[in-house]
Design a protein around this ligand. Structure first.
Ligand code: C5P
Length: 223
C-alpha cells in the first residue's frame, strides 16, 4: 500500500524506440527495449499519479492502470505528446530513444531492388527534437530527459540540460555493457541546474522507484 503522494498529478512518459518508415515494409530504428520508461510509468502510477505512456514499438507489457498511446515514428510521438499535454502536465519524462533521422520522403510502394547498381542512397532529414519542443512550449511544468553517452558523460549531459531547456537530466554511460539499453540494470547520475545525485546501480524497476521518489521530492524546488 504505497504512499499516494502523486495523486492529482499528470505524468507523461515517452519510452522505447521510434520506427521510421523507409517504405511500407522497411524501417530505421534502434535497440531500445523500453524497460526504463515502462518502469518509471509503473513507479509513478504506484504513487498515485495519472500516467500517460507514449511508446514506440516494444515487446514488454503495459503496467496496470497506465494509459498507453502506441506510436511508431518521432513525428507521431511528438503529435501524441502535444495532444495529451493540451492542459499542461505536471511532469514529462523523455525516456524514448528517438531516431535522430527519418527518410526525407518515405516511399509509398515497396522499393524495388535496383539491378543496375550495387549502391543505394537514402536521403535522411533530422527528426524533430521532441523534448526540446515540449520544453520551449512549456507543455509540462517539470521536463526531464535522459542522456545516454559513451564518453564525457557529465559534460555532455549538462550541455544537453541547458541546450534543450530541461529541468533535470538522467545521464548514463552506455559504453558499459552491464547497464543501460537492453540490460535489466542501470546506473545513472541525476543532474539539475545546481544539484547532482548518483543512486546505486540497481535493477531498472528499483531504480525507477528511487527516481520517481527523487523527482517527486525535488519537483517544487527544481521545476
Ligand atoms: O540528444 P539526445 O538524443 O542525446 O537527447 C536525449 C534526450 O532527448 C532523451 O530524453 C530523448 O528522449 C530526447 N529526445 C527527443 N527527441 C529527439 C531526440 C532526443 O525527445 N529527436
Amino acid at each position: 500500500n504505497m504512499l499516494q503522494d502523486l495523486a492529482g498529478q499528470h505524468w507523461v512518459i515517452t519510452a522505447g524506440p521510434t520506427m521510421e518508415a523507409i517504405d511500407p515494409v522497411r524501417y530505421i530504428s534502434n535497440h531500445s527495449s523500453g524497460k526504463m520508461g515502462y518502469a518509471l510509468a509503473a513507479a509513478a502510477q504506484a504513487r498515485g499519479a495519472n500516467v500517460t505512456l507514449i511508446s514506440g514499438p516494444v515487446k514488454i507489457s503495459v503496467p496496470n492502470d497506465v494509459h498507453i498511446i502506441p506510436v511508431k515514428s518521432a513525428d507521431e510521438m511528438l503529435a501524441a505528446c502535444e495532444t495529451v499535454m493540451t492542459l499542461q502536465a505536471d511532469v514529462f519524462i523523455g525516456a524514448a530513444a528517438v531516431a535522430d533521422f527519418k527518410m526525407k520522403a518515405a516511399c509509398d510502394q515497396k522499393m524495388k531492388k535496383q539491378t543496375n547498381s550495387d549502391e543505394l542512397t537514402l536521403t535522411l532529414v533530422k527528426n524533430p527534437d521532441i523534448i526540446a519542443t515540449l520544453a520551449s512550449k512549456q507543455l509540462a511544468r517539470c521536463i526531464i530527459g535522459f542522456a545516454a553517452e559513451t564518453q564525457n558523460v557529465m559534460d555532455y549531459a549538462k550541455d544537453k540540460l541547458a541546450r534543450k531547456g530541461l529541468d533535470m537530466i538522467i545521464a548514463n554511460d552506455v559504453s558499459r555493457t552491464d547497464i543501460g539499453f537492453n540490460s535489466d540494470e542501470n546506473q545513472v547520475t541525476v543532474i539539475t541546474k545546481d544539484t547532482t545525485w548518483q543512486p546505486e546501480k540497481a535493477a531498472k524497476a528499483d531504480l525507477a522507484v528511487s527516481l520517481v521518489d527523487y523527482i517527486g521530492s525535488h519537483y517544487h524546488k527544481t521545476c
